[in-house]
Design a binder for this molecule. Sequence first.
Ligand SMILES: NC(=O)c1ccc[n+]([C@@H]2O[C@H](COP(=O)([O-])OP(=O)(O)OC[C@H]3O[C@@H](n4cnc5c(N)ncnc54)[C@H](O)[C@@H]3O)[C@@H](O)[C@H]2O)c1
Length: 463
Amino acid sequence: MKTTKKITRKPSDAAPTAPARAFAARRGGCYHVPMHASTTLAQHRLRAGMVGLGMIFDETYRPLFEQLHAEGLYRRDFGLVEVALTAVASRTGSRAERLQQSAGGRLGAFQSFTEPNAVGQLLPHVDAVCIATPDDRHFEPARQALTAGKHVLIEKPCVLRVQELDELQALARQHNVLAKVVYHKLADPDHKKLRTHYVDGNLKHVNHGYCSLLEPKSISGGQFAEWIKGRNPGTYVACHYIKLIDFTFGPAWKLSRITATGQRGLVGAATGPTWDSVQLQMVYTHPDQREAAFDIHTSWVTPDNFPGYVEQEVQFRFDNGVWNSHQRKRGVELCIEGKTPHQFKETPNHHYNGTFVEPWGERSQRGYGVEILRKFFEEVAFVEHGGPPHQRAQRLEDMRALTYNDVSADRNTVAVVQALEAILARHAAGQPGSMVEVNAPEGGLVLRVPGRPEPEVLCPQRV
Ligand SMILES: NC(=O)c1ccc[n+]([C@@H]2O[C@H](COP(=O)([O-])OP(=O)(O)OC[C@H]3O[C@@H](n4cnc5c(N)ncnc54)[C@H](O)[C@@H]3O)[C@@H](O)[C@H]2O)c1
């Protein structure tokens, strides 16, 4: 019978030996160390910091940090790297306290820093910082972290203005670190297949599309109630689809125009600045001058007992084909008395994130929501430990060239978000129906209001 020999080395030991690499290779290149094992081969360590400990931290970052604590991060090029959550920054520290209590040894020890200057206190203790605060509070912690020479991962949308994006990108270059943003829908197998068909030329020349993401009232009334005033559901979820479209069908085309409207009256006053639902249209121009138009509808006032929980749909039309996908119609429908739809979703997306008893007995939490975060740590590990120090600059450039998550490739998405916010602000101020032109003679993002001859330049730099 074949047996697996346990290999035990001290952290200070030199590079993983041939037996260790063979051990990893036998496991299909995936170095899995059971949680109870004392096996320690890592010669490198990455210290991670977390800013914001809300819903998305619980759903995706926490399971990843638990896995990394148990198993480390292995790839043939950088070997075994320990990745540890060493510090968290939050406003009051109460969530950090609860996390420490509930972690039960699955996370390791971490320091908790609170306001004032929570991020500033956290920075000396980490090599990379993940930012999962509400989206109008991404820029400042990202700016601080990059200035301190830390790699940064920001939840979508990374920032709300192209000018902020440019500043983060410049800081990342100046301090020789990565600045990345999380769009987990790019890792959804259906969206990967859509892009694969487009890259392979099976689907040709996208003409138009429609995407929707409708969230329940509990999101606007409970989960996000603290920061929702003056905000809209488009900025933080339409950006998923803006990025999907821009990444899947670009980069040869040019973003041309953005329009938007929406409804008010449920979450806030009918004439106020807080939006219930938003309809956005963005128009791109292909190199052959044909235009492609995409409508993205978002809402956070769907009744809580709607069976979809979050209703998501994507449709694209091409010169030679159609792609329709629907979150609720692609998979499982579940009903358990007294448990669905609240404790368990009725149409769960187990590809995004699910907790499982694996066939081999292990309990796990996995899905593309976790996988996409792991990629960031692989990219950081590759930059820092994927080869000799004198080749670090090249490795950094290689990782920056990954357009799915580098901030340098996020210009169009941030430009659309900036335009959307400006159009809705004008609407709330009594001037509906504006249009933002991209790379107009007056500037990179130019807001034109019906009946007003003078445009407003939202961003002078070209997008
Ligand atoms: N990738 C996704 O699909 C996905 C899903 C949900 C949310 N998000 C994004 O993640 C971010 C957070 O969303 P969430 O759902 O976790 O929101 P949330 O409201 O549940 O959590 C936000 C957390 O940030 C904390 N916070 C607020 N201001 C802070 C500050 N100045 N310093 C430190 N902490 C602060 C809050 O106390 C809270 O714990 C948003 O940008 C959102 O768009 C992404």
